[in-house]
Ligand binder design. Sequence first.
Ligand SMILES: [Fe+2]
Length: 488
Amino acid sequence: MTIHRAEMLKILAEAMTPVEREYTDIELSVSGTLPPALNGVLYRNGPGHFERGGVPYGHAFDGDGHVCRFEFVHGRVRYTNRFVRTQAFCAEEGAGRMLWRGFGTQKPGGLLANGLRLRFKNAANTNVIWQGRRLLALWEGGAPHRLDPVTLATLGEEDFAGLLRNRFDPLSRWSTPLLPFSAHPQLDAESGELINFGLVLGHPSRLLLYRVDARGMMATPEVHQLDRFSFVHDIAVTARWICVLLPFADFDIPRALLGLKSPAASLKLNTERPMQALLIPRAGGPTQLIDGVPGFVFHIAAASDRDDGGLDLHVIRYPSFPALGDVDGFFREVEQTGGLPRLERLQIDPAANRCSLSPCSEEVGFELPTVNPGRLGAERRQIYGIGTPVGRRLPFFSAVQRFDMQTGELIQQDLGADLPGEPIPTATRPDQEDWLLSLVYRGAERRSDLLVLRAEDLAIQATIELPNAVPPGFHGCWVPADPSEKMR
Ligand SMILES: [Fe+2]
């Protein structure tokens, strides 16, 4: 299949059209047959709004969080979608103009409007999780927003009984009254426990580790002081370790503080210097910093302990920090440098204080990796994700794919000019038949479908038609039906 670059760029631009309508519990039409055992709810989050008062946001990461809910009951699917009504979203809706700076967005009005304004909009757009009987919309720079699991109504910020209240220095408290709770918590499907982190930049910068038990009770956050600025999107948790990959970063505080530049433009990642792996023993004890992970990693696909005391990670590694605010620039960079994100195995050896990388599949790009839920650190065999179709020169992520870590086999479902989202596995037990759910933006028709793919061979089992186009988004979760949960 030949797809021209100009056509794909047009599709990507059109895909960023704001969501205009919210639907409440409507039934969707299904073609194909839904697996009878597929009963539960899929939640998925992503940016749904890209401008305010005619002023476009400066970065895709600033789009207002828009959550979709798909309820599967005995072969039928019902759909609800809602924007996350954060304080900033409601105020801006009311005013009809931009009132907050974003991660990559400056308010109109220059220095006067941006200077000394260090409270940035919590976009609540990156992930949505069900844990401790709570549905939470997540964004890595701020606190979670709690949503009603049925109506998706926003219930307010979740501060975990006050434990997210910032008690550090006055500047930090002023800019971030509630501590950041990242969008990549690690959930232990056996114990129900959640481990998450937050990064508070300052002098010094701090890494916070959170533990939330199955009932939703948070323990006192653990604080790790860092010796420099950094930028972290995801962490790895095994039975023995918490592993954080720390790139070298410079944050130009005066420029951001004075309002000269957005935080995104004030943050410079130095990918000439390899990242360091910070190893934190889960049982306590001294931490260890290990040099030598070149490039940049947003997502860690899988992690497990080795018998020799080391760690095995599968990471999605970029050769350098990608130009994420500029789609055209990103693809130009990829074409010029071969800079596609790729799935690689990262072996960390704490005893020898070194790590090594080896490629998994060199021929394709890989992003938005997922694995089956299970015990944290348990070995997985399959990594799912989106990728660049084999043999297609253009670096657009228009395939759903699966990599087998045991055999090295890669299989793909090429969707042509369509843009698939994160494939979310629905199995809850290893012996269960497994399906993947991926929300796909149909490039040619400017609408969206939810695909049900068979995890075994990625064959499309059913297509569920949405009434609206949903822009490409980030992460979500599958909540299997459980009468004891009483989500209705
Ligand atoms: Fe992510």
